[in-house]
Design a protein. Structure first.
Lengths: 286, 341
C-alpha cells in the first residue's frame, strides 16, 4: 500500500513551521511580482506539497495554489467526502473538488484576476497540466536547506529504519525472502511508517521509508559491511521524488541523500547504505 | 503502429503509473522514470535511470541518470519519424513536446481485453485478495487501531507474494461517509469496518470489497447490506459482452432508487460503481451512468455499489469479474455476505 498512517502531530511539526515556509514562498512571489505559486502533487511525488501544507494525496493528484496574499487553496482530485480528513491533517481549509484540474486552475485565476503565475519546477509539471503564462520557480528558491523540524523528522525516520532493520538482521542467519519482507512491513507500519519500499538483491535488503513526509533509505546485508567498498549509487531524497539517483556533484548544502556502496564479503557482492545530510563539514549521518 | 502511422511508440512509466511501460516490458522498475521504445521493426529499447533497474534488466537497457537527455537522444535518432507516446499526459513537460502524438487511449484500448496469461495473473491476485480478506477479518479486533490492522494485512499480503497492494479502510457507524488511509481510530463494537483490498501479482491487480461488522449487525446494517447485495447482483446479471458499461452502473443505481436512496448514487456520496482492472488498479472505463463504452469479452472489471447510506454509514461490496462470452464470472471465492466478528 502506498500510504500508511498519515497524521499531523503539532508538537512535532508546529503550525509555525508552515507559516515560516509560506513566508519564504510569498517573499519569493513578491520579488518576482507573481500573484501565486502552483505546486503539483501526486501519490508518489508529494514531498514539495507536503513541505508547504502537510498535504499528501494517498491516491490521485492535486495542485496546491499559494497566493501571495491569502490562504493556500487545494485543487484536489479526491472526493469531497475525504476533505474533512484532509483538513484534519493539513493546514488547508479551502479545498476545491477538481476532476479537471487545469479547468479549476483557470477558474481560480479568473476569480482572482491573476495573469502570470508561478509554477514550482515548471519543466517538471505533467504535460497535460501545462499552465499558460507561467513562470518557473525552482524548488531551490523556496527550500534552501531543511529547517529544524524537517531535520528532526528525518533523524527520527532514519533511527526507525536503522533500529528495526538491524534488529531483524541480528542473531541467527536470516533468509531474505518474502516472509522477511512481510515481517518488516508489519514492524515498520506498526511503528508509524506511512510508506515503505523494500527491495532485496542477493544478500542485501534496501528499505526506503517515509515517516510523516520524510523519506530515508537504508541498505544492509546479512553479513557485515565490506571493509572496502565503492559507491554504487547516490540518491537525492529531498527533491520532488522520494528518491532519485543523482551525481554526488548534484548535491547542494543541506541536501538529504542516500549513498549505497558495494563490496565483496565472503565472496558475495553486498550493498550497504545510509541516509545523510550534506552539512558544512561534509556528509552527516542521519 | 502502421494503422496509426506511428514510427516509434514510447511506453512511458513513472513510479506511480508504471502500467504503460509494463504492458510491453513487465519489469517493476525502481524509477522514478522508465520508457520502452518500440519501432516498426519490432525492436524494443528501454531507458532506465537507476542502476538496480539496469541490473534487473540484465544490462539490456540504456542506463542514464539524465533521463531527459537519454530520451531526447533516442527520439533524435529518428527525428523525422512520427513519435507516439502512451502515457504522454503523465510525462514531465520537459520529456515531450506537441510534436509527439498521444498513444494513451489506443494503448489502453489494447490493454482492456486480457490475454490468457494476463487472466492467470489476475486470478492469482484475486486468490490473494481472498486470503488477504480472510486475514483481515481474523486480525480485526475491538481496540485495534486502523493502521495496526492495515500493518497486519500488508504483512500478510507481502509474505504471500504481493508485489504491492492498494488498500483503503474506514471504521465506525453512520458518521462514516467514505474510506481513506488508516487512522489511529480504534475499532469499536458495532462498527462497520469497510475495506477494499487490491493486491498486485507480477504487475496485475485484483480487488475485493467487503464490510465487516464488529459484533452483531444492527437492523440498519442488515437492511443496507441487502440493498448492496441486490445492487451487486444486478451488475453481475447484466455484465456481458455488448452491454454498455453505463448500464452496469444504471442497474446498480436503480436498486438504490427503488428503495428510495437514489441520492446516494451521485458524486456527493460515491465515486464510481466499479472500474476496469489490469496493470493499474483503477483503469478506464469507469462504471458510471455517463460513461459510454461497450463491454468486450476478456475484460476484467470490478462492479461495486460502494456508497454511503444513512442506514449504515459507508458500505462496500464487490468482486473482480472476468467478462466471458455470455456473461461474467467472479474471480473471487470469498463468501458474499456481511461479515461479522
Amino acid at each position: 500500500m502506498k500510504r500508511g498512517w498519515i497524521t499531523w502531530d503539532k508538537t512535532e511539526l508546529p503550525p509555525s513551521a508552515f507559516e515560516s515556509r509560506l513566508a519564504v514562498v510569498r517573499a519569493r512571489l513578491a520579488a518576482a511580482d507573481l500573484p501565486a505559486l502552483v505546486v503539483y502533487s501526486d501519490v508518489w511525488r508529494s514531498n514539495q506539497g507536503r513541505y508547504l501544507s502537510n498535504f499528501m494525496p494517498y491516491w490521485n493528484r492535486a495542485l496546491l495554489v499559494i497566493p501571495r496574499d491569502g490562504a493556500p487553496v487545494l485543487l484536489c482530485g479526491l472526493s469531497p467526502r475525504v476533505y474533512p480528513w484532509i483538513r484534519s491533517v493539513t493546514i488547508l481549509e479551502d479545498i476545491r473538488p477538481s476532476a479537471n484540474i487545469p479547468q479549476q486552475l483557470n477558474q481560480l485565476r479568473t476569480e482572482k484576476g491573476w495573469s502570470r503565475i508561478g509554477v514550482l519546477d515548471l519543466p517538471q509539471l505533467p504535460y497535460e497540466l501545462s499552465v499558460p503564462d507561467a513562470v518557473d520557480v525552482p524548488w531551490s528558491a523556496i527550500h534552501a536547506e531543511p529547517d529544524e523540524a524537517e531535520l528532526s523528522m528525518y533523524r527520527r525516520a532514519a533511527a526507525m529504519a536503522r533500529e528495526i532493520l538491524d534488529e531483524e538482521l541480528s542473531g541467527p542467519p536470516v533468509l531474505l525472502d518474502r516472509r522477511f519482507v512481510g515481517r518488516l512491513e508489519r514492524r515498520f507500519r506498526r511503528a508509524g511508517a506511512e510508506d515503505l519500499v523494500i527491495f532485496i538483491t542477493g544478500d542485501s535488503v534496501s528499505v526506503a521509508l517515509e515517516y510523516r513526509g520524510h523519506w530515508v533509505k537504508i541498505v544492509r546485508a546479512t553479513v557485515a559491511a565490506p571493509r572496502s567498498s565503492s559507491v554504487f549509487k547516490t540518491e537525492l531524497l529531498s527533491g520532488p521524488y522520494p528518491y532519485e539517483c543523482c551525481l554526488q556533484s548534484d548535491l547542494k548544502p543541506g541536501s538529504i541523500f542516500a549513498v549505497t556502496t558495494e563490496g565483496i564479503v565472503e565472496g558475495k557482492r553486498v550493498f550497504h547504505g545510509d541516509t545523510f545530510r550534506l552539512g558544512p563539514d561534509g556528509a552527516e549521518l542521519l | 503502429m502502421a494503422e496509426h502511422g506511428w514510427d516509434l511508440l514510447l511506453l512511458y512509466g513513472h513510479t506511480w503509473r508504471k502500467d504503460y511501460f509494463r504492458c510491453l516490458v513487465n519489469f517493476n522498475f525502481s524509477g522514478p522514470h522508465a520508457v520502452a521504445a518500440l519501432d516498426r521493426s519490432g525492436r524494443v529499447r528501454v531507458i532506465v535511470c537507476d542502476p538496480w533497474d539496469f541490473e534487473g534488466l540484465n544490462g539490456e537497457a540504456i542506463f542514464e541518470l539524465d533521463f531527459a537527455a537519454a530520451l531526447n537522444r533516442l527520439i533524435g535518432v529518428s527525428r523525422s519519424a512520427v513519435v507516439a507516446v502512451a502515457g504522454k499526459e503523465l510525462m514531465q513537460a520537459r520529456f515531450t513536446s506537441a510534436d509527439h502524438v498521444s498513444a494513451t487511449y489506443a494503448v489502453e484500448e489494447l490493454r482492456r481485453v486480457k490475454s490468457e496469461d494476463e487472466i492467470a495473473l489476475i486470478r492469482q491476485a484475486a486468490e490473494l485478495s481472498d486470503s488477504g480478506y480472510r486475514h483481515f477479518a481474523q486480525a480485526a479486533e475491538v481496540g485495534m487501531a486502523e493502521y495496526e490492522l492495515v500493518a497486519e494485512v500488508e504483512s500478510f499480503l507481502k509474505s504471500n507474494g504481493a508485489e504491492d497492494n492498494f488498500m483503503l479502510i474506514a471504521s465506525g457507524g453512520t458518521e462514516v461517509v467514505g474510506m481513506k488511509p488508516p487512522t489511529w481510530r480504534r475499532l469499536q463494537a458495532g462498527d462497520s469496518v469497510t475495506t477494499e483490498l487490491t493486491p498486485q501479482i507480477d504487475g496485475y491487480w485484483a480487488q475485493i470489497c467487503r464490510t465487516l461488522v464488529m459484533g452483531e449487525p444492527s437492523a440498519g446494517q442488515l437492511e443496507a447490506f441487502a440493498i448492496f447485495a441486490e445492487a451487486r447482483q444486478a451488475a453481475e446479471d447484466v455484465l456481458k459482452p455488448g452491454v454498455n458499461i453505463a448500464d452496469v452502473a444504471r442497474v446498480q443505481n436503480d436498486v438504490f432508487r427503488k428503495y428510495g436512496y437514489g441520492e446516494y448514487t451521485g458524486p456527493k456520496y460515491t465515486r464510481v460503481r466499479g472500474h476496469n482492472l489490469g496493470l493499474h488498479p483503477d483503469e478506464n472505463p469507469y462504471v458510471l451512468e455517463d460513461v459510454d463504452y461497450i463491454v468486450k469479452e476478456g475484460m476484467v472489471v470490478i462492479a461495486h455499489p460502494n456508497t454511503y447510506l444513512p442506514l449504515s454509514g459507508y458500505m462496500v461490496f464487490g468482486d473482480t469479474l472476468l467478462v466471458t462470452a455470455d456473461g461474467c464470472t467472479s474471480l473471487n471465492a470469498t463468501e458474499r455476505k456481511l461479515f461479522r466478528k
